[in-house]
Design a protein around this ligand. Structure first.
Ligand SMILES: [Zn+2]
Length: 252
């Protein structure tokens, strides 16, 4: 698409609004985007490697600062805000990078720590079912790892819907999409031998990034909206940090 990619990681640490549950993925030297955010730091990590991750990136600190706004709220205020915001989120498929989703996730993280949903201080909109993982309202995230991880809970970051339990009418389409995405994403993780055999690795990487942009756009345009047949709202991941695809590169 002719978009020039910055060869260096963004000094500010990538897109701050973008959630960082993938921050711990191994990225080849020199290709690392500092896409970490602390949004999921206190959640059980998706990868064991994350256990050892203790560093404080500038972006981590920034998200912590953002999150402090919620810490001043009492439990009832937080519960009511989350319930009301779920009402605003209802009926749409949202980019993970959307500021409203980012704010909701900050509040949801704190609510999870404080067990807000167990206390039943506020009633979420009726369209939201209760999550089996943490009893928060059902808010699934679609990622390229859906075949292994299923749809991810935006409250506790655990698997909310295992892949096999995704409604059958959309599962085949999601599976085909994820299967197409896998070899594209894998280009970012090629070893030296694979890179050498490709000849021009930079061109292969750039091609893969453009392909990822298209695949992510399809997820947002075609796949995520279909999740609304089964769920009150849905979120889709609109970035690929390993291929340096930012939300603004993914055009609907
Ligand atoms: Zn959960």
């Amino acid at each position: 698409m002719g978009v020039e990619r910055d060869p260096k990681p963004d000094a500010a640490g990538g897109s701050g609004i973008t959630a960082g549950f993938r921050a711990f993925e191994t990225v080849p030297e020199g290709r690392r985007l500092n896409s970490a955010t602390p949004l999921d730091k206190t959640f059980p990590p998706r990868h064991a490697a994350a256990m050892a991750f203790e560093s404080e990136s500038p972006l981590d600190s920034l998200w912590k600062e953002y999150g402090r706004a919620f810490q001043d709220w009492d439990d009832l205020t937080l519960a009511r805000w989350l319930a009301q915001t779920l009402g605003e989120l209802e009926g749409r498929a949202w980019r993970l990078s959307h500021p409203l989703v980012g704010a909701y996730r900050l509040g949801a993280q704190l609510a999870h720590e404080k067990q807000i949903w167990f206390k039943r201080l506020a009633t979420p909109p009726a369209a939201y079912a209760e999550s089996p993982c943490c009893r928060a309202p059902f808010l699934p995230l679609l990622t390229r790892d859906v075949r292994e991880s299923g749809l991810i809970c935006q409250h506790c970051n655990e698997t909310l819907v295992p892949f096999d339990e995704i409604p059958a009418d959309i599962r085949a389409e999601i599976e085909a999409w994820a299967q197409q995405y896998e070899p594209v994403h894998a280009v970012a993780h090629w070893d030296d031998r694979q890179r050498r055999s490709a000849g021009n690795y930079d061109a292969a990487y750039e091609n893969a990034a453009e392909r990822a942009e298209q695949l992510l756009a399809r997820a947002g345009r075609e796949i995520a909206p279909k999740l609304l047949n089964s769920y009150a709202a849905a979120v889709w991941e609109d970035q690929d940090e390993c291929l340096e695809v930012r939300p603004e590169d993914v055009q609907l």
